[in-house]
Design a protein around this ligand. Structure first.
Ligand code: BDP
Length: 701
């Protein structure tokens, strides 16, 4: 297949016993009440039934034995409610109950919830149980999301280019909206709802004010109408200078009354069309975007102004913390913390501060952002990047939930026992009422949505972690593999391992031992440790690796930028010494001599080389593993993944050779025996250019 069906394939159940056991439990569908969400749920059951059993499930006018019964709490009869009382206590507003119960003497499978969308989630859960070939005769599941705003961020421009998008063009066909509703919109909503995503930010953070004009609001409304039954709210990016660009005002000063009035009016206009509009995402005073700083106002002034406009409608602002300034000579890694920690507690209740997982920018590995845990009186949400800007675009197989899990599990040591990033994000650490997680989408017009067939796993895994940030990434791989390919253990076990290992592989062949941001400039594809002389120092590679005759690495201890002081004391103590810091963060925090002796007795240069080599060998192993999977996978997907893995191997070697030859100029040491002689010299690697690499737009770099 071409992969369009994602993890919702509902493959035919061929085992006759299994098939019979399912059919014995699923005689028909009955609904209490009526709503578009119930229709969506029923339709999905029909689709699933057709796929699994090549049969039609009947929609019954009364409850039959072994029926699937759908209905929200308020529509259930008293007899059912009384059985489910304690189940309802276990779920929140978006949670669901999926349970085998006896009603009027008949065994039925009930899918119920406090709100409509919970029914949709419960329905997808039932279908998933069948996809995983689980027993369903005694279902007893109560599940609820732990995070409230689970949103995709599309970096999609109105001209349908996608910033950092590697899967074709934007799926939003603005030109034909509102009149043409594409099937893709519905399938997009199904896919998101199936993993619990409940929001979508349609437009790029590098925003275009046009989307806030009447003409576009009509288009946005059409999408919102499609998504509503699936429990998905739409959000837009708000360009801070919109009052000037489309409103004819002379200023966008957030304290100017006419500006505040303009945003209120604009917000009212939007809600008149889209009553459940989610709110705004704002990138302000960052990489050339306008913001309150242009008027000597603070981020708080800017965010609160928009929050006030949205509050009457229950809308929210997701204000991005990704700010670092050209004028500020301080280490880029420190700037967001310095900017925001002093204003902890000053944001309105309907503001979420959206913080990237690390302090630089979506690198293959970064220590968690020091803002997590440092602003207990602010709603802090997580921003992950699903699209692989710095991780081989859609050419490389990298399973990102493995990385996200690492970040979520880190202890911030800010307050309380085991103060993990996950506890900051789900609000439990400091009792926050508004919580969220955003993922920068990796999808586009490619037939399989994500380009790389395994890119789908990152979209899937993002949804799962947004629902439950404590979930382990291994479970995600298994569920996804089974739903997307096959339940055969001969496939699932080795492939789960491959996916889990793919993350460390990419770290090793690109940026081992704490190196970061040494990709080629602008598009960020391929190695570019030699990049210097950009418009800004903090866009170069030499700024980050600081390789010289003495050594390599960014000293972020007291003797250097002191970024380490932004972390809790326990972390400072541990990371302060190269002897005790986890080796994976070594060169993030320390500048060390080439002959620095490491734990294993070998020097830094040898260790660096062996990490690069390990990365390459891991990708070799991935190729071997995949080559054995042919019996389990259709030709189209098998061949595509096989070809992409070959590219990945070629490029892993390219990374290793280019980086080691480059760093060798400084280390002046031989390449160790275990490194095969590079195919080309350094000049060759430096001469490679990818002027047509996809996904770039930024007018700012
Ligand atoms: C960087 C990207 C750039 C984005 C920026 C952001 O290179 O395209 O606009 O982040 O998150 O990673 O605002």
């Amino acid at each position: 297949g071409n992969g369009y069906d994602l993890w919702l394939r509902y493959d035919k159940i061929t085992d006759v016993h299994l098939k019979q056991s399912y059919l014995n439990n699923l005689s028909s569908v009955y609904k209490f009440g009526a709503s578009p969400s119930l229709d969506v749920a029923t339709k999905e059951l029909v689709t699933g039934f057709h796929g699994f059993f090549e049969a039609q499930i009947s929609k019954a006018a009364k409850i039959e034995k072994n029926a699937i019964v759908l209905g929200t709490k308020e529509n259930l009869p008293q007899e059912l409610l009384s059985i489910l009382n304690s189940d309802f206590e276990k779920i929140n507003e978006e949670g669901y109950i999926l349970k085998k119960v006896t009603y009027q003497g008949k065994k039925i499978t009930i899918i119920t919830a406090k709100t409509d969308v919970g029914i949709v989630y419960g329905t997808f859960r039932l279908l998933k149980e069948i996809q995983l070939h689980h027993e369903i005769s005694a279902l007893d599941i109560q599940d609820s999301p732990k995070i409230q705003k689970r949103v995709l961020n599309h970096w999609d421009n109105l001209d349908r280019t996608v910033e950092r998008g590697y899967a074709g063009f934007s799926i939003w066909d603005w030109h034909h909206l509102p009149d043409l509703i594409k099937t893709e919109y519905i399938d997009y909503a199904r896919a998101n709802a199936s993993i619990g995503i409940n929001g979508t930010v349609l437009t790029n953070v590098n925003a275009n004010a046009l989307v806030l004009t009447e003409q576009y609001i009509t288009k946005v409304k059409a999408l919102a109408d499609v998504f509503r039954p699936f429990g998905i709210q739409v959000y837009l990016t708000a360009r801070f200078s919109a009052p000037m660009e489309i409103g004819g005002l002379k200023t966008a000063d957030p304290l100017a009354p006419e500006v505040r009035a303009w945003w209120s009016k604009k917000t009212n206009e939007i809600y008149a069309e889209i009553p459940d509009f989610g709110g705004f995402v704002v990138k302000a005073n960052s990489e050339g975007q306008p913001g309150p700083r242009n008027y000597d106002r603070s981020h708080v002034d800017g965010a609160n102004m928009l929050a006030d406009a949205l509050a009457p409608h229950k809308g929210i602002v997701m204000w991005r913390a990704f700010v670092y300034s050209e004028e500020n000579p301080d280490d880029r890694a420190k700037q967001a913390y310095s900017e925001f920690v002093p204003v902890d507690g000053d944001f309105r209740e309907n503001v979420l501060l959206q913080v990237k997982n690390g302090a630089i920018d979506f690198q293959p590995r970064e220590p968690f952002h020091p803002l997590f845990g440092a602003m207990p009186d602010t709603n802090i949400m997580m921003e992950f990047q699903i699209t692989q800007e710095y991780l081989g675009f859609s050419s490389h197989l990298v399973f990102l939930p493995k990385m996200w899990e690492e970040v979520l599990n880190e202890d911030t040591f800010t307050h309380g026992e085991n103060a993990t990033v996950a506890k900051v994000i789900d609000g439990s650490l400091s009792n926050r009422k508004l919580t969220g997680m955003a993922g920068v989408a990796n999808i586009g017009t490619e037939k399989n949505w994500t380009g790389h067939p395994f890119g789908q796993a990152n979209w899937y895994g993002f949804g799962r972690l947004a629902w439950d940030p404590y979930l382990d990434s291994k479970t995600i791989t298994k569920d996804w593999l089974q739903m997307t390919f096959t339940n055969d253990d001969g496939f699932v076990t080795p492939m789960a391992e491959l996916m889990i290992d793919s993350r460390e592989a990419v770290v090793n062949y690109m940026t081992p031992l704490g190196l970061h941001h040494i990709m080629d400039a602008g598009h960020h594809y391929g190695p570019g440790p030699w990049i210097k002389d950009m418009p800004r120092a903090d866009w170069t590679s030499v700024y980050y690796h600081k390789a010289d005759s003495l050594g390599i690495g960014f000293d972020r201890t007291v003797s250097g930028s002191d970024a380490l002081s932004q972390y809790a004391l326990q972390i400072q103590k541990k990371y302060d010494s190269p002897e005790t810091i986890p080796q994976k963060y070594l060169l993030w925090f320390h500048h060390l001599p080439w002959n620095y002796k490491m734990e294993n007795g070998q020097n830094l240069w040898i260790n660096l080389a062996s990490k690069y080599q390990e990365g390459v060998e891991e990708v070799e192993k991935m190729n071997t593993t995949w080559s054995k999977m042919k019996p389990f996978v259709d030709n189209e997907r098998f061949n595509k993944v096989a070809s992409l893995l070959k590219i990945q191997l070629k490029e892993a070697k390219w990374w290793r050779d280019a980086c080691l030859l480059y760093f060798q100029q400084f280390s002046k040491m031989e390449l160790p025996q275990f490194i095969p002689t590079p195919e080309h010299n350094l000049e060759y690697y430096q001469s490679l250019k990818s002027p047509y690499a996809p996904g770039i737009k930024p007018s700012w770099n």
